[in-house]
Design a protein around this ligand. Structure first.
Ligand SMILES: Cc1cc2nc3c(=O)[nH]c(=O)nc-3n(C[C@H](O)[C@H](O)[C@H](O)COP(=O)(O)OP(=O)(O)OC[C@H]3O[C@@H](n4cnc5c(N)ncnc54)[C@H](O)[C@@H]3O)c2cc1C
Length: 385
């Protein structure tokens, strides 16, 4: 462990915890399409998932850089932060835009682990990335909002107590800017399942618990509105920068995991009378992938530093996510390739991590949308949509 690393204490402690959950544990959970309940419980009990909650509400009040180290170390240890990262970025939305009463109600219980806030419902089947066209509506009626509509790919619903939901409160045709007229709500998931919300799990390539949600006259108390009515889209966007940086850190963790594994393997694997790693045809793609990972990591630190200093960081957050997702995917490819047939054997864990890291080119934001953000907002090119 590098003692000049300012975060070495956090790394040591998270790594220690992660060693109690070795490859066999994560492999078994993946094979069973289960949820790493014991792992997430241990992270919660140790306080790591409450890192961003201020101390006055029972958390440790750390910055995003520290939170990103926690996520990185989980992935670097062979685990998958996708099971629990939702709480980290959902927290920011509640912290920044929730009322004092909401923070006092939710945050201490989330910090203690009594409640989980792991879900965020934004994406819809018919609108995809074009979020301002969402069709789920929330209509105010007698001190309640009545929700109708549908969401897709909503993760961790079965392992969360609450979800932050984005819905239209003013029809698109009645707003001057398409980003206006949407609002966010805290939804008590167990209550909602009994009164208007149906959950349909979506089996998928990764062991990622994700679902389709159907709302039929689901009633949400008006006090569950977060912030001002009509400003929800902006609140969600605020939270996305933190999400991008945390995901970037997870990709960095994956990338180093792949590089560690492949480097170790090619030193030992002897073919044609010498280690495969003695061939430049094997060395160069590994070295290239390592260089790209290191470069992506620099952008991740830059983005985190800006965020923690409350500076604009949208471009850096997007670029960090783009570079890290690309670097981890390249590291995954080279690791699989240099393992030959063994890379496909589940007991090596490479195929599992390969599937897991592939997701980040698509979700939570696809690579094309990042390119479009940089083209338009950084380079000033004409708006394409
Ligand atoms: C495992 C998983 C978990 C998820 N969890 C959640 C969650 O918890 N909550 C939530 O709200 N959502 C979640 N999502 C949804 C995720 O954020 C979306 O899948 C993602 O944003 C892409 O949206 P889409 O699938 O509708 O793709 P589409 O919008 O249909 O896009 C498909 C492809 O076309 C490209 N494309 C679209 N428009 C353009 C354009 N104008 N220019 C260039 N390219 C374009 C995109 O880049 C993409 O590659 C999850 C998805 C997955 C797979």
């Amino acid at each position: 462990m590098d003692k000049t690393d300012p975060y070495h204490d956090i790394r040591d402690a998270v790594r220690d915890l992660c060693t109690q959950f070795p490859d066999e544990y994560h492999r078994k959970v993946d094979a069973e399409r289960g949820y790493p309940e014991a792992f997430v419980d241990a992270l919660t009990q140790a306080g790591w998932l409450a890192a961003l909650i201020p101390q006055e509400y029972g958390g440790s009040g750390l910055g995003l850089a520290e939170a990103s180290v926690i996520m990185e170390e989980i992935n670097r240890s062979g685990g998958n932060s996708g099971a629990c990262h939702g709480q980290m970025y959902n927290m920011g939305t509640l912290l920044r835009h929730g009322s004092k009463a909401q923070k006092e109600l939710y945050l201490p219980k989330i910090a203690s682990g009594e409640w989980r806030l792991q879900s965020m419902g934004v994406t819809e089947p018919s609108t995809g990335t074009d979020t301002t066209k969402i069709k789920t509506t929330a209509v105010r009626r007698d001190g309640r909002y009545v929700v109708n509509g549908q969401k897709v790919w909503i993760s961790r619903v079965q392992h969360s107590d609450f979800m932050i939901l984005l819905a239209r409160t003013t029809p698109l045709a009645e707003v001057t800017k398409k980003s206006e007229g949407m609002s966010i709500f805290m939804v008590d998931l167990r209550q909602a399942e009994k009164s208007g919300m149906t959950v349909r799990p979506i089996p998928n390539m990764v062991n990622h618990e994700t679902n389709e949600l159907f709302f039929e006259n689901l009633e949400i108390p008006a006090q569950n509105l977060i912030g001002e009515e009509g400003k929800g889209f902006r609140y969600i966007l605020d939270g996305l920068n933190a999400e991008r940086m945390l995901i970037a850190a997870e990709c960095i963790g994956d990338g180093y995991w792949f590089i560690d594994r492949v480097t170790r393997y090619v030193k030992d694997r002897v073919v044609f009378g010498r280690p495969t790693g003695q061939n430049q045809g094997v060395q160069f793609p590994i070295a290239e992938s390592f260089i790209e990972l290191e470069a992506a990591n620099l952008m991740r630190w830059k983005a985190c530093a800006l965020f923690d200093a409350h500076q604009p960081c949208g471009a850096e957050a997007n670029m960090a996510k783009y570079l890290a997702a690309k670097a981890s995917w390249e590291a995954a490819n080279v690791c699989l390739q240099m393992h030959g047939g063994f890379g496909f054997a589940c007991e090596y864990d490479i195929e599992r991590k390969f599937r897991e890291t592939r997701l980040y080119q698509v979700a939570p934001i696809s690579t094309n949308l990042i390119l479009s953000h940089v083209a338009e907002h950084v380079l000033g090119l004409p708006r394409s949509f």
